[in-house]
Design a protein around this ligand. Structure first.
Ligand code: B12
Ligand code: SF4
Length: 456
């Protein structure tokens, strides 16, 4: 079957290859189907060319949606349905997984929602369309039945991630993406090596992959890295795992393999401050890691506790010290405007960020995504207006934000700007960066990094 997978148009800070759709496509191909991908975050949306593609034998259309893009995803589904009423349209991804029934109620153009990890479920669903399976066999599918919405439970997660074929990167123009704050070496691309997270940060929506951590083996990761280097000349990799170092032994083993095979690829990752130690960081540095992003969030312990972040100010300081000692750059993520946060505590976070010895900082305004504990808190405090439309969630840097704290949204926006300016335009910071410049490529790296952050 010919299947078109679509990333809806919208705004984003960085345009990354759509790993979710590429994973789906790879599994579809293994099952003998012909998948195509249209990524409207990257390429300009053009109705005529979309219709032309659909007319070339496409039978099934799958659209992905994170919450900020749900409005656009539903618009696209309606548009396609109106023009191709006979085609089956499925919606998947984090937003419909979080709010399956509510989404399907609004989505006249959508026939089915598939919740959670899609690789196996989508193949099963196609077998159902082909008459090889019955409705009872379906997994995590939501559909209309007369006037009712039937929401079938998910039957579990994919236990062995090594079984999955590598993402179908050949279906997207890989070179055109710019995935993340400026890279040291080019070409760079992304990969993901684990799914699921056992922590409980109240702002996080992690429904697709659940609480149970599952990870690919070091050997399987090495195979993908090698393939990317040999077939595409990739020089840098960005790991998109939620907490890359959650299984310490796995990462040590991966680093040993990278060193033994002399892969010579630069890489960066994200993790939690309580999941690193000196030996691990030194090994990662030797194996090519040059930057770690830590979710630091706040400089105030009370706020970290409200967020249920499960880390302490001391752990943050210790991780920063060890990481710098290992020679690895640090990108700190911070959040402003948490419920219960005062103006004084927002200033404390900004000053904390400046006082830490970190190389980059990214500040965001706390956003309550549906399905999260933060959303429930915001709702109980009547911070979410009744007429708030699905899809108007704040993207970093957008103006239509809802303040969840005591400040109003324009004051919060002002603090966001202050945070960036006072972090990046400090004389001490500028002096430090100039001292680190060893070549023209270093100048270009810092300038481009700064430019992409200021755009946020
Ligand atoms: C890397 C990343 C980014 C990157 C790159 C995004 C990208 N295009 O790949 C950047 C930094 C740009 C980013 C930005 C944002 N992100 Co982000 N991001 C992630 C992260 C860490 C990994 C994404 C990924 O590659 N996953 C791996 C793939 C395999 O998973 P997947 O895409 O979910 O796809 C699987 C299933 O969802 C499902 N599926 C997906 N689509 C479809 C479609 C069909 C038809 C079917 C059947 C199934 C299906 O099957 C796939 C395979 O199993 C996730 C967290 C996570 N662990 O997933 C957050 C996450 C997706 N991001 C999130 C958020 C909130 C954002 C921002 C809004 C942040 C902000 N305030 O600016 C923006 C939105 C940008 C945008 N317009 O899209 C939330 C989304 C929550 C929500 N309610 O939608 C997540 C879940 C983080 C979290 N835990 O809260 N993000
Ligand atoms: S923010 Fe990160 S550590 Fe916290 S629950 Fe989400 S994925 Fe896990």
């Amino acid at each position: 079957m010919r299947i078109l997978l679509i990333n809806p148009p919208g705004k984003t800070s960085f345009i990354s290859p759509p790993l979710g759709l590429m994973y789906l496509a790879a599994s579809l191909r293994t099952a003998g189907h012909q998948p195509l991908i249209l990524d409207y975050l990257l390429e300009k949306f053009d109705k005529d060319s979309l219709f032309k593609t659909i007319n070339q034998g496409v039978e099934l259309i799958g659209i992905t949606a994170v919450s900020p893009l749900i409005k656009n995803a539903l618009y696209l589904a309606d548009l396609i349905k109106k023009n191709f009423p006979q085609k089956t349209i499925i919606l998947g991804g984090p937003h419909p997984t979080l709010l399956p029934k509510e989404t399907l109620k609004k989505a006249r153009g959508v026939d089915y929602i598939i919740k959670g990890e899609g690789e196996k479920k989508l193949n099963l669903f196609i077998q159902y369309l082909e008459g090889k399976k019955s409705k009872e066999d379906l997994d995590g599918v939501v559909f209309r039945d007369k006037n009712k919405i039937i929401d079938l439970p998910q039957k579990g997660f994919i236990e062995n991630l090594d079984e999955l074929p590598f993402p179908a990167r050949d279906l997207v123009p890989l070179k055109q993406y710019s995935p993340h704050l400026e890279s040291r070496s080019k070409p760079a691309t992304t990969l993901i090596t684990s799914r699921g997270c056992p922590f409980h940060c109240i702002y996080c929506s992690k429904p697709a992959f659940g609480n149970q951590f599952r990870a690919r083996s070091p050997e399987n990761i090495l195979k993908e890295m090698k393939l990317l280097k040999e077939t595409r000349g990739i020089k840098e990799l960005i790991f998109y795992d939620d907490s890359f170092t959650l299984d310490r032994k796995r990462i040590i083993k991966l680093c040993e393999l990278l060193l033994a095979k002399n892969l010579d690829i630069k890489w960066k990752c994200e993790t939690r401050v309580n999941l690193v130690d000196e030996e691990l960081l030194l090994t990662m540095k030797k194996a090519g890691c040059y930057r770690i992003g830590y979710g630091i969030e706040s400089g105030n312990q009370k706020i970290l506790n409200i967020l249920k972040k499960g880390i302490t100010i001391e752990e943050i300081k210790k991780a920063v010290k060890m990481t710098k000692k290992a020679g690895i750059e640090i990108l700190g993520y911070f959040m402003l405007g948490i419920p219960g946060e005062t103006e004084k505590e927002i200033k404390e976070t900004i000053n904390f960020a400046k006082g830490l010895n970190i190389d980059f900082a990214q500040f965001s305004i706390a956003t309550a995504y549906p399905g999260t504990e933060l959303y429930q808190i915001a709702q109980s405090q009547e911070k979410i207006p009744n007429n708030w439309e699905t899809g108007s969630y704040a993207l970093t840097g957008q103006k239509n934000i809802i303040s969840l704290c005591e400040l109003d949204s324009s004051a919060l926006q002002k603090y966001l700007k202050t945070a960036y300016r006072s972090f990046y335009f400090r004389p001490a910071y500028i002096r430090q960066k100039i001292k680190n410049i060893n070549s023209f490529s270093d100048v270009s790296y810092y300038l481009k990094g700064l430019k992409s952050l200021i755009k946020i």
